[in-house]
Design a protein around this ligand. Sequence first.
Ligand SMILES: O=C(O)CCC(=O)C(=O)O
Length: 270
Amino acid sequence: MEIKAARLAFIFFTAAVTAQLQQQEEDEDGGGWFSASDVRSQDEGRCNIDVLHGSSLSYQQFMERYAYGRPVILRGLTDNTKFRLLCSKSSLLREYGAHRVRLSTANTYSYRKVDVPFQEYVDEFLRPQSADALGSDTLYFFGDNNFTEWQSLFEHYESPPYVLPLTSGAYSFGIAGPGTGVPFHWHGPGYSEVIYGRKRWFLYPPDQEPHFHPNRTTLSWVTETYPNLLEDEAPLECTIRPGEVLYFPDRWWHATLNLDTSVFISTFLG
Ligand SMILES: O=C(O)CCC(=O)C(=O)O
């Protein structure tokens, strides 16, 4: 009897240690999303956007300085540890692998939509982007989320608390490979947060339309156009990491570049 109890205790202990090691591994390598074959970009660029700790900026200061004025990156504003764990590769595939997700072409006007099972998106589409790929041939999982199906995940997301008067937040959730991103476009104000990975952002004020081709990817813009920009044509830019949220004001032009396989969520204020 005692031997049986000891054996059971040993099995439970081994299972607990294995689960902990798996979790640790997922945490260290980005929730299991980074694979050894990923070409992760080391080029984080410069950061010329204000980066502040959430506790050092009151809601009133946010409203006066940034809400209608310019982008800002806030650190430690919310704690999304739980949401992050739920977004690990193993957890998302377990919960949503069989659900269909809607992909959009990654060009400025996102014309084409394709529905595939989430497992297929992860196995077949989630890979590094080559610099010469066209936006119209790149399928990006972002937005168009089925909020009934994904509700039990989104209810664990703590969105940034600084909301503009008379607006409420709507989520767009995505996962994409290194080198992918969205080319320049604009819309209403909102926030972007990476849950895993790093995302490089480029922004211009509404009255400073950048030079870009709507069907070329951000990666090609970064390699071909960006190095030739004159000083007064340079964008505001920064690379954001987990634990940071970027706020973009109304109608600011913006483009993104995922440096790693990234899991991310935007909160649109409308
Ligand atoms: O996260 C991205 O890659 C795209 C984000 C974006 O364009 C947006 O939030 O409007």
